[in-house]
Ligand binder design. Structure first.
Ligand SMILES: [Ca+2]
Length: 346
């Protein structure tokens, strides 16, 4: 048996110094299971929430859904023991996303903002995930995911919106997604999902409660248009049984298809995300068919027959203060409230 000489040992040592990172980084990339509550338009998962409902079919008053409702009067409040440091939210984002906009604390009022903890610093960790085939349930989608890059971001102690630039190396991330590195390939979708995790790492102390809150997370509007193409036209099929829309990418998306009904569109918002349609039964009988005006959201593919006041919806009012739908008697209902109602109906 030949013994290693001092020179050989030295060379081996040099090799270990010079080439350790490349091989080991690939071998050490760990994949673990993550799950997101499957919701339109935003899937998410929170590690805890205040006054949590154990049943996933019901939202708690401070659940993660409040982060994506475009409403500062609702917030996610973590529900762990202590001040909330270490608690986090996961949500999916489009590839190449350059920024998110957050509203810190419980922004409902100045007093409520001060009463509760706010985020002083967040760790923003980007995961690359692949949906696990056949594992989705009614409520959750499961991913095999690996943390890719993370950075720390301080937040100002204010209820005003603040932008966080996402300083990720998307070129490398997209290369990874395309199959480099040891990406899992068995029993997972080939399409990558990008999941952003915000971890509370430091807090501003509330003067009354010890729960850390965050009111809103918005995907930067400029980026939002990338994955979700604008709606250019809302249409009813020639036989009047199908409502669909055409996107700027020329995709045809069916909102409702019901051979028992005939549809006619009464009114729509400028972005065509909301419309009122007259619904009548398709059965041919004697006499005139009554048409019922029904409010629809195109993206959610959901309908709301009558308002809380028990009246029909008719026209839209788009103002600088917000968008409203007018009821038959002239009451104006914020579309943001109806959107929340539709999201809550599971
Ligand atoms: Ca909110």
């Amino acid at each position: 048996m030949k013994c290693l000489t001092v020179l050989q040992i030295f060379c081996l040592f040099l090799c270990l110094i010079c080439f350790p990172a490349k091989g080991s980084a690939q071998e050490q990339r760990l994949w673990q299971e993550l799950r997101l509550l499957s919701l339109i338009p935003q899937s998410y998962y929170v590690t805890s929430e205040l006054e949590s409902k154990s049943d996933p079919s019901h939202f708690g008053p401070y659940g993660g859904h409040n982060l994506f409702d475009n409403n500062n009067k609702s917030c996610w409040a973590e529900g762990a023991d202590g001040d909330g440091v270490g608690q986090s939210i996961f949500f999916n984002i489009p590839a190449n996303l350059s920024a998110i906009i957050v509203t810190n604390g419980y922004a409902k009022s100045k007093t409520i903002f001060r009463h509760n903890n706010r985020c002083q610093s967040l760790t923003l960790r980007l995961w690359v995930g692949f949906a696990i085939s056949g594992k989705s349930t009614e409520f959750y989608d499961y991913y095999l995911a690996s943390p890719f890059q993370q950075f720390e971001q301080n937040l100002r102690d204010t209820a005003v919106k603040q932008e966080i630039q996402l300083l990720y190396d998307w070129t490398s991330i997209l290369a990874l997604s395309a199959g480099k590195d040891n990406v899992p390939t068995e029993n997972v979708s080939r399409t990558p999902t990008y999941i952003l995790q915000l971890i509370i790492s430091e807090i501003y102390k509330g003067d009354k409660y010890n729960d850390t809150c965050l009111s809103e997370i918005e995907i930067s509007p400029a980026d939002k248009l990338l994955p979700i193409a604008p709606i250019v036209e809302l249409k009813v099929s020639d036989d009047q049984h199908v409502i669909y829309y055409i996107t700027s990418e020329n995709d045809k998306i069916v909102v409702s298809n019901n051979p028992a009904l005939v549809y006619s569109i009464y009114s729509q918002t400028t972005d065509r995300e909301w419309f009122v349609v007259g619904e009548a039964t398709a059965a041919q009988g004697n006499g005139r068919q009554e048409e019922m005006p029904v409010l629809y959201n195109s993206r959610l593919k959901k309908r709301l027959a009558i308002s809380k006041q028990g009246e029909s919806f008719l026209l839209f009012h788009e103002t600088s203060k917000g968008d409203y739908v007018e009821t038959y008697s002239g009451a104006l209902i914020p579309l943001a409230d109806i959107y929340q109602e539709m999201i809550n109906e599971r």
